[in-house]
Design a protein around this ligand. Structure first.
Ligand SMILES: NC(=O)c1ccc[n+]([C@@H]2O[C@H](COP(=O)([O-])OP(=O)(O)OC[C@H]3O[C@@H](n4cnc5c(N)ncnc54)[C@H](O)[C@@H]3O)[C@@H](O)[C@H]2O)c1
Length: 308
């Protein structure tokens, strides 16, 4: 198939590109290398065609008419909860208007399917655990709101124009190429700091748990979603909660030394426990996570050691 990956120079998108190329697909990338995003030229697979363009640009239609993708993997986004709260207008501009430009270009050029990077942020504070796909969506940030709105637009375009979709709601994705200088992505941040023998900051009591899923597994879910899971939203996580303290221990063990911990209060909006039910990914996509956390952390630490 011919697949256009938006955000294909970013952390997750670049792994999706690598996996799609590895499976024999032809791939093109649209990425603007947004200043506050994780897009890097070094992440761009040379076997993919690169269109350096903003997804909001009117020229996006020309990319579709030239490359004629059979499917789009939509990963370009304003990806930061913090930036979305400071600048909700910008967040909506990229995550809603940018998405609409992608969907309208796809529909006009007879693209068959969109695989969309959605988020646990659409659920808000869990009402029960593990969170399955029927859990109410009460997003608590502009970012969570725009991701939820995007899912509704996907349903609308499928119903009105026949553009198929699968929305993958990711847990906390980690792995090589994640930005260690970001405000999120605790595994990348801790690994970067511990490798540089700098203190790490642990908020709250450190016992808060999230569902950490390895980026290679997420990329494989994207590959499977090309021809499965039409019209579905699917959680992509591990079904296992891991605390910040446990992550700290595992990363220190992988790196081979430890650093000082600086305690900090709870961050506003942080959730104490978030774990996904992943049965639907199994039944709809035939997907299960394959990377144990210790292996994923070891791979991530080796990457940051080689790419300081
Ligand atoms: N990292 C996670 O744990 C996580 C969890 C849930 C959902 N997601 C979603 O997955 C996707 C990828 O996230 P990531 O963590 O890899 O972030 P990232 O910043 O590394 O990747 C996003 C890419 O999109 C590009 N981009 C941003 N704005 C653009 C624009 N207007 N036009 C064209 N390109 C633009 C950036 O340059 C970057 O390369 C995003 O949609 C994000 O919301 C990520």
């Amino acid at each position: 198939m011919r697949i256009l990956v938006t955000g294909g120079a970013g952390f997750i998108g670049s792994h999706v590109v690598d996996t799609l190329l590895g499976a024999g697909h032809e791939v093109a990338i649209v990425d603007s290398f947004w200043t506050h995003g994780g897009g890097r030229r070094a992440n761009v697979n040379p076997k993919a065609q690169l269109f350096e363009l903003d997804i909001r640009d009117a020229k996006l239609g020309e990319v579709f008419s030239r490359f004629k993708p059979d499917a789009v993997s939509h990963h370009a986004a304003q990806h930061s909860v913090a930036i979305s709260t400071q600048d909700p207008l910008y967040d909506a501009d990229v995550n809603v208007k940018g998405l609409l430009n992608v969907l309208m270009s796809a529909a006009a050029n007879k693209t068959g399917k969109v695989v969309f990077a959605s988020s646990a942020a659409t659920y808000g504070t869990p009402q029960y655990l593990p969170i399955d796909e029927r859990h109410p969506q009460n997003p608590e940030s502009p970012y969570g709101i725009t991701k939820m709105v995007a899912e509704h637009y996907l349903r609308y375009f499928a119903a009105s124009g026949g553009l198929q979709f699968t929305a993958l709601r990711y847990g906390n994705v980690y792995g090589p190429r994640q930005d260690p200088n970001g405000e999120a992505g605790v595994i990348a941040i801790f690994t970067g700091k511990i490798l540089q023998r700098q203190p790490i900051r642990v908020d709250w009591d450190g016992e808060q748990q999230k569902d950490y899923v390895f980026v290679g597994d997420v990329a494989r879910a994207n590959l499977l979603a090309l021809d499965k899971g039409n019209g579905e939203v699917v959680n992509v996580g591990t079904g296992v909660g891991t605390s910040v303290n446990a992550l700290h221990g595992a990363i220190a063990a992988a790196v081979g030394h430890d650093v000082e911990v600086v305690k900090a209060p709870k961050r506003p909006g942080d959730v104490y426990r978030c774990v996904f039910a992943i049965d639907k990914a199994k039944s709809v996509l035939g997907w299960e996570p394959q990377t144990p956390l210790a292996d994923g952390i070891a791979t991530t630490a080796a990457y940051f050691r080689a790419n300081p």
